[in-house]
Ligand binder design. Structure first.
Ligand code: AMP
Ligand code: MG
Length: 536
């Protein structure tokens, strides 16, 4: 374990938070403690299918280390480094609007906190967590494992989101375990063995809203305070002024406001790139405002604000694309409730929720303006943008391609140019628009050009802004599914190919233009492509 044994670890999390006194196997309710020590369970024949070179570099792992057997054993949960004391944490959460009591890391086991210098030489803290490494006290009767298909989806999407500029947890490695996992993918009584896998995910911390909700729900103010102190002093220390205690009421308020602000930024980005999380339960909300827990998420193909990828959510559509801004606000309100015992006036927390609303308005307004090539949004712009989104919905138009095509150069202002423009848009239509709709598109286009002229937007600026705001390639559901089908058949190369593609999602890659295309017809109703199961 030469190179691996050189790594610098710290156990601040274990030191600062109280441990479950029991280390017995089996599930249990854990009171008065933040985590339980638990080792990953061994797997049969681990194989590294893919890794993220950027995350490896960020952690100080060189190519030789990544390729070593020791590294694969560590990423599979088959080996520990000296001194490593892996853990799983206790958290609660509101699932689909209902309080679900104790949940916790049922299949996530943290290996430790790695200290690695960033590009400026400053030490950064990275928690490494294995997802699918076996049962923990929080597994609630489930096996603690993850299937290959959902692991490929988490691995690829975390890295794709990072390269899109969306706040997210990262993924270091994807290991196939060699063991089978039994799953009922469609919840129809058909349990089948599926290949198992483990993703090592990486973030400064995986603390969620639910970590505060659980002690608050049990009126355990001491534990709640300890969580808050740890979180603020470790991850929000810039909010502490002078000799303030990290859990002093004014600091807690600033902390909540900062979480609200970061959450708003994250949501604005989701709306910008067409990402639907699918399970925005409060246990899946990161305290750092990172996208976390990639499960039955999906990407918008044809623009439809009512779309949800999650089959479990098909009835209520609570977590549909267009509802995400409101759901995040609801989730923040649950976090605020949990923090009430630590502030002096509840009204202050309520007011802080306004920070979320204001930040989201500002961020989303700005992003929307850039998506259409303008420098900033105003009332005229809002009307134009609203009409554009209506058109996308009415004509069953691919979101990514519509912005991509609109971002191409526009010629002289005459009828021939307008027709040529509409011809280019056809790449984005899933169904040919009627004559009436065509007329509406052309009318919109004329108004768009008029407004660009009034706002004095130069064509080169318009294109540059649009190129930076609108990804050319996103991880469409069918793309991940193609990589899954190939990997299940023994060929993981498409995982790496997609990872490569999604590393520069805003740049045209001529040799990979097959991914700048609509979702193919075969994928319209295929499982994994249009609807996704929570069973993972
Ligand atoms: P999720 O819906 O994936 O966010 O998971 C909700 C809760 O169920 C979390 O506490 C997970 O750790 C737990 N969980 C999900 N799948 C499993 C599994 N296969 N084994 C154990 N716990 C699981
Ligand atoms: Mg979760």
């Amino acid at each position: 374990m030469s190179a691996l044994s050189q790594l610098q670890w710290d156990d601040r999390f274990l030191r600062e938070l109280p441990a479950d006194p029991s280390t017995a196997p089996g599930q249990r309710q854990v009171h008065g403690a933040a985590y339980s020590l638990v080792d990953p369970s061994e797997v049969a024949a681990p194989k590294l299918l893919a890794h993220s070179p950027e995350v490896a570099e960020m952690l100080g792992l060189d190519a030789a280390t990544i390729e070593s057997e020791d590294f694969v054993a560590l990423m599979a949960g088959n080996a520990k480094l000296e001194g490593m004391r892996p853990w799983a944490t206790a958290y609660g959460g509101h699932q689909f609007g209902n309080w679900a009591r104790q949940l916790g890391d049922g299949r996530a086991i943290s290996l430790g906190e790695l200290l690695a210098p960033d590009t400026k030489g400053e030490l950064r803290r990275w928690e490494l967590q294995l997802k699918g490494a076996g049962p923990t006290p929080y597994s609630r009767g489930a096996d603690g494992r993850a299937v290959l298909r959902s692991s490929i989806r988490e691995f690829l999407c975390s890295e794709a989101m990072f390269h899109l500029g969306v706040p997210t947890t990262r993924a270091l490695s994807l290991v196939q375990t060699g063991d089978a996992v039994m799953r009922d993918m469609f919840y129809d009584g058909n349990v089948k063995p599926e290949p198992g896998a483990i993703v090592c995910r990486v973030a400064p911390t995986f603390i969620r809203f639910g970590h505060f909700e659980l002690p608050a729900s049990r009126q355990d103010e001491a534990l709640l305070r300890t969580w808050v102190r740890h979180t603020i002093s470790g991850h929000f220390s810039e909010l502490i002024e002078g000799d303030e205690a990290p859990d002093a009421a004014p600091v807690v308020l600033r902390f909540f406001e900062e979480v609200a602000r970061r959450t708003a930024v994250m949501i604005a980005h989701w709306m910008r790139v067409g990402f639907v999380h699918g399970v925005m339960n409060t246990d899946n909300m990161s305290i750092l405002g990172l996208t976390i827990d990639y499960g039955p998420y999906g990407w918008i193909d044809d623009y439809d604000p009512n779309w949800t990828p999650n089959t479990t959510d098909a009835q209520g559509r609570r977590y549909r694309f267009g509802a995400q801004p409101r759901v995040a606000l609801w989730n923040l309100a649950r976090l605020a409730e949990a923090l009430i015992p630590l502030v002096e006036r509840v009204e202050d927390l309520e007011q802080s929720l306004q920070v979320y609303i204001d930040t989201l308005d500002a961020q989303w307004g700005q992003m929307q303006a850039h998506k259409l090539g303008f420098a900033k949004a105003d009332a005229d712009f809002d009307a134009l943008a609203g009409r554009w989104l209506d058109l996308l919905t009415q004509a069953e138009t691919d979101m990514t391609l519509a912005y991509g095509q609109l971002g191409e150069g526009i010629d002289d202002d005459d009828e021939a140019a307008a027709n040529a423009w509409f011809g280019r848009m056809e790449l984005a239509f899933y169904a040919p628009p009627t004559e009436a709709l065509r007329a509406k598109w052309l009318e919109w286009f004329a108004d768009y050009r008029g407004q660009l002229a009034r706002a004095g937007v130069a064509e080169v600026d318009r294109r540059a802004r649009m190129q930076a705001a609108n990804p050319r390639y996103v991880l469409r559901n069918y793309m991940a599914q193609e990589a899954i089908d190939a990997a299940e058949g023994g060929d993981p190369s498409l995982i790496r190919e997609l990872l490569d593609l999604l590393r520069t999602p805003y740049t045209r890659q001529p040799e990979r233009e097959r991914w700048y295309a609509k979702r193919p017809d075969w994928a319209r109703h295929k499982a994994g492509c249009s609807m996704l199961s929570c069973s993972s």
